[in-house]
Design a binder for this molecule. Structure first.
Ligand code: SF4
Ligand code: ZN
Length: 273
């Protein structure tokens, strides 16, 4: 993690850091290592209303915070915003992971701004980044490729976002948690079934078995040699954003995607869909 932080200039020593924790091995490892490296790092748990899975994952996030004396901020999406991911995504006509990802991105940024944090840390590891990269390359999604980088700098309305686990595989983060005695939720989210991301991970695991080092070569070859060719587009996109009429978040439209999701999910709940 130290190498990744230094290589990509992710953090300054005096940053106030907010780590998005899900109760899983990756985010809890990120929080643990940042604290042990001396960073001023708090945790943020976003409860998405995914039945028992959310209840369990909150238990692990709280358990870690209590045991190790960390400060954990909790946001309960159903209580605070009136929808949960299973019914909200249905009402909004989105697949669950799309509604979930949109909600988390918005709430991580909002919580960091509200709390005066400089940077949001997420627990994306090498396997995650390789799977997302394969998806983006398979579809040649240029704007996503432009944004796929372990550091997204702060800009008007956005705090900096960093991924300090980018060098580490899932097996390494699991091993770290076992060695450090960190309890984490092992079950996969029940909404992940059929998620394209998991299919890409299987393909990449197969490739890694046949040719060890492929995942790291794929991701770091892209980051070090190719990413810059796509990056200029992000600047252009961010320059054209204005504040959402409802919540103030940066958006290319009058009302941001999060507020539109929330409205459609609430309308769905009222009509019983
Ligand atoms: Fe959200 Fe999908 Fe991840 Fe579940 S699998 S937590 S729905 S992004
Ligand atoms: Zn909004």
């Amino acid at each position: 993690m130290r190498r990744a932080i230094d290589h990509f200039s992710m953090l300054r020593r005096d940053d106030r850091v907010l780590v998005a924790v899900s109760g899983g091995k990756d985010s809890l490892m990120a929080w643990d290592v940042l604290r042990s490296l001396g960073y001023d790092a708090d945790g943020l748990y976003v409860g998405l209303g995914i039945g028992d899975y959310s209840a369990e994952s909150l238990r692990y996030a709280r358990g870690f915070a209590q045991e190790r004396g960390g400060h954990l901020i909790e946001i309960d999406v159903p209580a605070a915003y009136g929808y949960d991911i299973p019914s909200g995504s249905r009402a909004a006509g989105r697949v669950p992971c799309s509604a979930c990802g949109l909600s988390k991105r918005h709430l991580f940024n909002q919580a960091a701004r509200d709390g005066g944090y400089d940077v949001v840390v997420t627990g994306h590891n090498l396997d995650d980044e390789a799977a997302v990269l394969l998806g983006n390359v398979t579809r040649w999604n240029e704007s996503y490729l432009a944004r796929q980088y372990p550091v997204l700098p702060a800009s008007e309305g956005f705090v900096r976002k960093v991924k300090p686990l980018v060098r580490l595989s899932e097996r390494e983060t699991a091993a770290y948690c076992v060695i450090q005695g960190i309890d984490y939720i092992v079950d996969e989210c029940p909404m992940a079934d059929g998620n394209r991301h998991l299919g890409y991970k299987e393909v990449l695991n197969d490739l890694e078995d046949r040719s060890p080092g492929s995942k790291a070569a794929f991701v770091f070859g892209f980051l070090d040699r190719v990413h810059a060719r796509f990056a200029a587009d992000v600047e252009d996109e961010r320059a054209t954003l204005a504040a959402c009429e409802q919540c103030g978040a940066p958006t290319p439209l009058e009302v941001c995607a999060f507020c539109r999701l929330r409205e459609r999910a609430a309308a769905g709940a009222r009509s019983g869909t």
